[in-house]
Write a protein that binds this ligand. Structure first.
Ligand code: GUN
Length: 287
């Protein structure tokens, strides 16, 4: 079988178009422009690229973008003071603190200081609890983008066997919650899982989110399964710098029914969902 390619880039463009339409209506009918504040502490090169891309796309859909770039040695007190200021700024509807933070900062404390209603990443403990109990919450962007692509491809996911490889708070755990919410039978696998290949072979849906280049080979994939590859890993190949996912694309595509490419799969959907979450936060804040 040769897999159908799930085009995240094209899907993300459609989501952004829809978001831009919402933004226009909010401006025309209510005089409100949604605003997203992104906070970057330090100079991690990958984080700088993501933050630049988020800011650019925020402006492209007609929203206000507020970028706060802080020195790597910023104190926790100063960072918390900035978040407090953003929490109280009525022009800011969404707040995102780019992770990872430098080691001297307590990420949990920082994330939990964001007003949950403005937590467009869905990482605040209140949003985690709301998602886990099936209540209305802010949903983390990467898993939300994965779910949207799966729904678009399959229609209903009800009754499907889903295996999420990776147990991070950012992707693995919320992804599992969302799949459960869509009535999948969900397994979260990780580095200590016994007989990982056999566990993955049971899956109708495989979400690879381990952060290890090409860790999932094609012979772990059930014929016709759908592979969602969350990984973005930079590797040296034949003297060239290349982006690869957590799944080995060639061998997985040979067995899967559908697969997301890297780049051009999950990545673009993550930012599109961040923009959608910001509009959602803005609408909720304004009744
Ligand atoms: N670092 C890597 N992914 C993310 C994300 O989705 N949100 C934030 N805030 N930081 C990240």
């Amino acid at each position: 079988m040769t897999a159908e390619i799930i085009d995240g880039k094209a899907f993300a463009a459609k989501v952004r178009e829809k978001v831009a339409g919402h933004v226009d209506r909010l401006k025309d009918e209510h005089g409100i422009t949604p605003g997203l504040a992104v906070v970057l502490v330090g100079e991690d090169p990958a984080s700088q690229v993501y933050v630049r891309s988020k800011g650019k796309q925020t402006v492209e859909v007609g929203m206000n973008s507020y970028e706060h770039k802080l020195e790597a040695d910023t104190s926790e007190e100063d960072l918390l003071a900035l978040i407090d200021q953003l929490n109280n700024d009525k022009d800011v509807h969404g707040i995102l603190v780019q992770l990872p933070l430098p080691d001297h900062l307590d990420s949990d404390l920082v994330i939990n200081s964001i007003d949950p209603a403005k937590d467009v990443d869905g990482f605040h403990i209140s949003n985690v609890g709301l998602l886990g109990t099936g209540q209305k919450s802010m949903v983390p962007c990467t898993p939300l983008g994965c779910l949207m692509m799966l729904r678009e491809h399959h229609g209903s996911l009800s009754g499907m066997d889903a295996v999420v490889v990776g147990r991070s708070n950012i992707v693995g755990k919320p992804m599992a919650q969302l799949l459960l919410g869509d009535s999948c039978t969900v397994t979260i696998a990780h580095s200590r899982t016994k007989d990982l290949p056999e566990v993955v072979r049971r899956a109708d849906i495989v979400v690879a989110a381990v952060g290890r280049p090409e860790m999932v080979p094609g012979d772990w994939i059930k014929e016709g399964a759908t592979v969602i590859d969350v990984g973005i890993n930079r590797v040296e190949r034949d003297g060239k710098n290349k982006l690869v996912g957590d799944a080995d694309y060639e061998s997985c595509a040979a067995r899967a029914g559908a697969i997301t490419p890297v780049p051009g799969g999950v990545g673009p959907m993550t930012i599109a969902c961040l923009l959608a979450n910001t509009v959602t936060a803005c609408c909720r804040a304004n009744g």
